[in-house]
Design a protein around this ligand. Structure first.
Ligand code: GLN
Ligand code: ZN
Length: 763
């Protein structure tokens, strides 16, 4: 009989209860006991939601981050918080947030603060974890209190508990040695603590422990492969059975290694690695459990249950008890409950499944395998009908868009003339000084702006009233920029709630959920728009705002768009066509907008690709394929303009070395990037590559409230000029200013503009 189980459940709550409880606790508005109670309630509810499964994850609940939980379980606390006397949860929040656990008032930088743990993306998801810190002196010491308490709770509630932990190799691999020491050297100290942990779990009657090793879907060098062998041989004697969980991709060259690790079960992502399953079965020892992740834990679409059954029924015959079924990965990466959605387009809703619905699908598959398809006939029929409706829906299929994508040729992505010929034409038209100053797009999203948007959405403010309110914000920002003396102005993005949602709302092929929140880090959630159909642009999206802004000033106004790759990467995307095709459709829609802006007389157009880098596949061997279509999409969106129009792009991250050739291929006339925190170091990539076009290296960090001095900016730009010829440099902040206050923005930009004057005078 097939076993069904789950790898992890979203902990934030269907209504983001955990977010609000955390934030209220941090503010000092609620007691610690109330927060802990809410945690217990959420766990109880979520275990209940998973009833009917043969194994239910325990320990996946976290007040902030499962990796930080693991660091605490292993006693690997950064030195700076080791002497802490208070409550363990408070200490945990200190590592997570870099300040005392409660009372946001006592600021990290003046009193009682500690540096926050560094955060980075969890594999290729939009979830961010707190990076484990190591030094040569790191030791480990088991603290299983949190996990055992959750286990006891689960057992008391009759839950078939399968504790979930992060495996030792992934734990080491995703951490960072602060002193550049070799973190693999810590393995000998780490493994005994894992053994101890498995032992205490065995003593509590645990049968299976899920050990997450997603590192197995990445490229591993010989040393890391050896570490996997060593680690699992070491853990082999444990009195619990280990289910080694891999997810987010394909095992490929690691399949043989994964199959020979001495564990009782192996979970694989059968969404991403379906082709790997049959060969893997050949490699697996005959007693090893094979758990197939057949329901996509990363998207919001219904599973084609009949197709899955057609595929796995023969496997079930062959594997018998050894076959387990699960979602492909933890459901952490999907929203909780589709039934919460009351406003969602009914037709599209009938095609979707959030975490709870995915568990229902899993139950249907389990029953079908155990009792035959007839036992779940109605569910299968309903599922098939929904999928058929989706496949044939005219809302999904737009023949005109499909034809336009089919017609895409290389010409579409090519500028009329090369950069060297366009640049003087643009310079003659724009007449900008050396070291031209500009900003990245957004100005502060003030409380007035947010209030007006809320009133508009709630119907308290009509469209005309909303437009007036936004226009007055735009006018304010234009006047401030003129006073500051910036060279290229922006309209300030007052009308945009979010750089992707704003465009998604105006494109055909998108819907928006009300409660489709997914945890991004700690208490922060994002609500990705749902891209469900062929993308088209019924009418211009930004032209009226930009034209209005331009009408207020003689200075050049830069049009501001989000690029196709970023829109794609920050959305839930279709599973019925390759991402590349959805991206090309977005590219065509943005291209129309670019051309409309150009027709409206806009001379500079910025197309933000903030999320280009994060779309890179986990395996480097697959990077080029992604970069090819991503860069092609950007080029399609941008390069239909005449030589006179200057295309800008913006990317807010600081690693370009390994993708610089693709960045150059984008052929934007100007690229603005984040550089201030790396002290202009990252320009080295542009220098070494002989990057030919113009660059605006960010001169100050917009994440900090600190006001940069003129001297600091001058020094930064002088460093930049050592690497990039001054005539190709722009002066701008690292990123948009929407999270700042005007009181911070004005002095900062004032320093920036005067720094540019100093630089010009010196030239
Ligand atoms: N134009 C956007 C802004 O200024 C860019 C934001 C981003 O790159 N994340 O807000
Ligand atoms: Zn940015």
């Amino acid at each position: 009989m097939t076993t069904i189980h789950n790898l992890g459940f979203p902990r934030i709550g269907a209504r983001r209860e955990l977010k609000f409880a955390l934030e209220s606790y941090w503010k000092g508005d609620t007691a610690r006991a109330a927060l802990k109670d809410l945690g217990a309630q959420l766990r109880q509810r979520h275990w209940h939601d998973q009833s009917g499964l043969d194994w239910v994850p325990v320990g996946d609940f976290s007040f902030y981050d499962q990796v930080l939980d693991m660091s605490f379980t292993l006693g690997n606390l950064p030195e700076r918080v080791q002497g802490f006397e208070g409550d363990a949860l408070d200490n945990y929040f200190r590592v997570a947030r870099g300040r005392s656990a409660t009372a946001d008032k006592d600021h990290a930088h003046c009193c009682g603060g500690v540096a926050a743990g560094e955060m980075t993306k969890w594999f290729d998801t939009n979830y961010h974890y707190i990076v484990p810190e190591f030094t040569a002196a790191t030791t480990f010491k088991l603290d299983a209190a949190r996990l055992l308490a959750q286990l006891a709770e689960a057992q008391a509630q009759g839950v078939k508990a399968k504790p979930v932990i992060i495996g030792p190799v992934t734990y080491l691999a995703i951490g960072k040695a602060k002193d550049e020491s070799d973190r693999l050297a810590l393995l000998d100290r780490l493994l005994p603590v894992y053994v101890e942990l498995l032992e205490v779990l065995a003593a509590r009657g645990v049968e299976w422990v899920q050990v997450d090793e997603p590192i197995l879907v990445t490229e591993l060098d010989g040393r890391w492969q050896q570490v996997l062998e060593t680690a699992y041989q070491y853990l082999q004697g444990a009195r619990v059975k280990l289910l080694l969980a891999t997810y987010f991709g394909q095992l490929l060259e690691n399949a043989a290694l994964a199959a020979r690790l001495p564990v009782a079960g192996l979970h694989v992502d059968a969404i991403n690695d379906r082709d790997g399953v049959l060969p893997l079965i050949e490699l697996l020892p005959v007693q090893t459990v094979l758990s197939l992740g057949v329901i996509n834990g990363r998207n919001i679409w219904k599973t084609d249950l009949t197709a899955v059954l057609d595929w796995i029924e023969p496997l079930a015959q062959r594997l018998g008890e050894r076959l387990w079924l699960a979602p492909s990965c933890s459901l952490l990466h999907v929203p909780v409950d589709l039934d919460s959605e009351q406003g969602l387009d009914a037709e599209v809703k009938s095609w979707l499944a959030f975490a709870l619905q995915k568990l229902d699908e899993l139950r249907v598959l389990g029953t079908a395998l155990r009792e035959g398809r007839a036992a779940v006939q109605a569910a299968l029929a309903a599922n098939a009908a929904a999928l058929a409706a989706r496949r044939s829906s005219p809302r999904v299929n737009n023949p005109a868009v499909q034809a336009a994508v089919a017609r895409i040729s290389a010409d579409l992505g090519r500028r009329t003339s090369p950069y060297a010929e366009r640049a003087p034409i643009q310079a003659a038209l724009l007449k900008l000084p050396r070291y031209p100053t500009t900003t990245i797009g957004s100005f502060p999203q003030t409380s007035e702006i947010r209030q007006a948007r809320r009133d508009f959405k709630a119907g308290r403010l009509d469209a005309a009233g909303y437009q007036t309110a936004m226009r007055s914000q735009i006018e304010y920002s234009v006047r401030e920029q003129e006073k500051l003396g910036l060279d290229v102005l922006v309209h300030g993005e007052a009308e945009r709630n979010d750089m992707v949602e704003y465009f998604g709302e105006q494109l055909e092929g998108y819907v928006f959920s009300q409660f489709g929140w997914v945890q991004s880090y700690g208490s922060r959630c994002v609500k990705p728009p749902i891209l469900f159909g062929d993308i088209s642009r019924p009418k211009p999206m930004t032209v009226a705002w930009i034209r209005y802004a331009q009408s207020l000033t003689d200075k050049p106004m830069k049009g501001m768009l989000t690029g196709p790759v970023t829109i794609l990467n920050w959305s839930f995307v279709r599973d019925d066509q390759p991402r590349a095709r959805s991206c090309r459709q977005l590219a065509l829609a943005i291209r129309e907008e670019v051309l409309d802006l150009e027709r409206a007389g806009v001379r500079l157009i910025q197309i933000d690709e903030a999320a280009l880098r994060e779309g890179l596949p986990l395996r480097k061997s697959q990077w080029q394929d992604y970069l090819d279509w991503a860069i092609e999409s950007f080029r399609i969106s941008a390069n239909g303009v005449t030589d006179q129009t200057q295309i800008h792009t913006h990317m807010c991250y600081s690693e370009f070395n390994d993708i610089i050739a693709s960045i150059a291929e984008m052929d934007a006339d100007v690229i603005t990037i984040e550089t201030s925190r790396s002290d202009m170091e990252l320009l080295e990539a542009f220098e070494t590559f002989h990057y030919p076009n113009q660059i605006g290296p960010g001169v100050y960090d917009i994440h900090s409230p600190n006001i940069p001095t003129q001297d600091h900016i001058v020094r930064m730009m002088q460093k930049a000029a050592e690497r990039i010829p001054a005539e190709r440099l722009w002066v701008n902040p690292d990123c948009g200013l929407k999270t700042r206050q005007w009181a911070e923005v004005i002095p900062a930009l004032d320093a920036m503009v005067s720094a540019a004057k100093v630089l010009r005078a010196a030239a």
